[in-house]
Design a protein around this ligand. Structure first.
Ligand code: PNS
Length: 170
């Protein structure tokens, strides 16, 4: 209860394939965590993409990248986002927007999810200017050709990302 007003824990849900978790994802998660009481970062499968990292590895990378950020928990989920939305009692889903092209995808996804659950809401946070060019696919491409990914992922996971990608090259 805050000054006579009953207080409900506000949970936001930040879903993604996080293959791998980038500094851009960290930026969105930190900013979203400041806007709610509890941020659930959910590693899901995008059936349009074949992940390089396993679900467990993606959870581990997200956990390491978000260590020290208060109010955040990382989970994995296999199933529909709208079901998870209900399960965690989310007030909104948070997604990052890098470019106009992202908006079209997000608008379509939001409309489909709202059809499945009319209570579904989305908050789109524009990427910070220095994160606009960071994407998981760029990270994989740069790592594949032996480039430096240290400005794209957290230092805690940079070596693991490089090692995993070069393992696939062999
Ligand atoms: O990081 P991504 O790949 O853009 O994330 C997309 C993701 C994982 C959030 C989306 O594919 C998803 O919600 N997957 C779970 C299955 C689902 O609910 N699909 C219907 C979405 S319209």
């Amino acid at each position: 209860m805050i000054r006579g007003v009953p207080y409900e824990v506000k949970t936001f849900l930040f879903p993604g394939s996080f293959d791998p978790f980038s500094l851009g994802h960290r930026d969105i998660a930190k900013r979203a965590a400041d806007l709610c009481d509890r941020l659930v970062v959910a590693v899901l499968n995008n059936r349009g993409k074949s992940p390089v990292f396993s679900l467990q590895e993606r959870v581990e990378m997200a956990n390491q990248s978000l260590s020290g950020v208060p109010g955040v928990e990382v989970i994995s989920y296999v199933g529909l986002l709208v079901d998870l939305y209900r399960n965690v009692d989310a007030a909104a889903v948070v997604r990052g927007l890098r470019a106009e092209s992202d908006f079209r995808i997000e608008a379509e996804m939001a409309a489909a999810n709202k059809l499945l659950n009319p209570d579904y809401e989305v908050i789109l946070l524009p990427s910070s200017a220095d994160m606009v060019f960071i994407s998981s696919s760029t990270i994989k491409e740069v790592a594949f050709f032996g480039g430096d990914v240290s400005k794209m992922v957290c230092p805690q996971i940079a070596e693991f990302v490089k090692a995993k990608i070069s393992e696939r090259k062999a």
